[in-house]
Design a binder for this molecule. Sequence first.
Ligand code: SAH
Ligand code: SF4
Ligand code: F3S
Length: 446
Amino acid sequence: MKLGKFYIETYGCQMNEHDSEQMAAQLEELGYASTSDISSADVVLVNTCTIREKPEHKVYSFLGRLRKLKRRNPHMIIGVGGCVAQQHDSALLDRVPHLDFVIGTHQAGHLGELLETVRLKRTRLARTCFDTGVFSRRLLRARVHRAAAAARAYVTVMEGCDNFCSFCVVPYVRGRERSRPSREILQEVRRLTEAGVVEITLLGQNVNSYGRKDGDISFPQLLKRLGEVEGLARLRFTTSHPRDFSAEVIQAFADIPTLCGHVHLPLQSGSTRILRRMNRGYTRAEYLEKVKSLRQTRPGIAVTSDMIVGFPGETEKDFQETLSLMEKVRFDGLYSFQYSARPGTAASRMADDVPPEEKARRLKILQKLQDQHTLDGNRRMAGEVVEVLVEGPSRNSHREMTGRSRCNRVVNFPGKSELAGKLVSVRIEEGLKHSLRGTLISDISE
Ligand code: SAH
Ligand code: SF4
Ligand code: F3S
């Protein structure tokens, strides 16, 4: 029975992307069909992010646009999930009159029941309590189908965060750190690979601390077991915390060939003084040491990072230290942000004393430097033959396909759409600002 169509909008990080996949699978199992045309949807869901002020604003303007659609189609059910939902709870129902339900981050797995209650009882509700006990996730058939079609999937290994970096809202909206039993993770990965998935990305806010609290094995042990799963060609994980990025994790890059040559290792600042104020638990020197050791273990590995400019108390000297660290490391890619005070965090009680124009100036300088480093790194790839997992037609041209190399660079090349979901060899002709261009050599998966 077809109940109608659903549309999901996703903001924020991979956690939300994964939750959206999970939610879509539940809706499909209930009998809803997915649509990319929001105006024809019977159920509209938005998974939200509150990491900085800007993404939170985007959510409100998206919800604003829905008001008109709902006026035209009064039966439309609108739900908000993710981190804004968790933070504001039922206050969102008061703030947004055309909203039907609010579903918290730990409740994503219960979307089906919640939606049925809203639909059948024609009621508005908010459910945002945190789960306790064993952290377990069902693997739905519909999700296996979706993942198999794409040949890649996310698998959550841990959830929440206990680090309380002074700027960060995540511990408040995703709850305390919890690890999933390794048996369940292995089962999920096996089922996905049996269905045709070749790339798995392990997800968690701080994957390196997997198993420390309630898991049965450590993160490097988990990697080792996953490295032995038949059919799994590519293994990735995100996000790592530099403090917990241990010698054993680094060694895994020598021991496990399927582990892809890319690590995202968020630094946040190149100044040890600021890192201390951020409560990050490592120094500039320790970070540099880890990157060095990683590059010795797996030569050519791509290292990307996150950086914040204008944290409370950041002086010009601190900022220069961030730039000098970037010169030393030469990141392959960098996400950079202006500091944004988040309610409830420790840093929100410090004076936000770097003026907005100065934050913007620092960000611009930093991004210009990084653009040069990214371009240099991409250009250096010219002439190499890389393995690409093809995602689909590129955004710019329907005659071109796009995918990612093992080092996580975007690669575009002329090719047919039948290649989607396949592993191919591509010779890189040119390194550009945001991507690589190449020509197809062979289809590895045939
Ligand atoms: N778990 C990851 C990061 C999650 S948030 C880690 O441990 O690093 C993603 C990125 O958003 C962070 O790395 C940080 O660079 C940025 N960020 C988080 N809170 C922020 C804030 N209040 N202002 C600006 N940037 C922030
Ligand atoms: Fe936020 Fe820090 Fe946890 Fe990352 S490690 S999610 S930055 S508190
Ligand atoms: Fe945003 Fe929540 Fe992720 S606040 S960055 S969606 S964990």
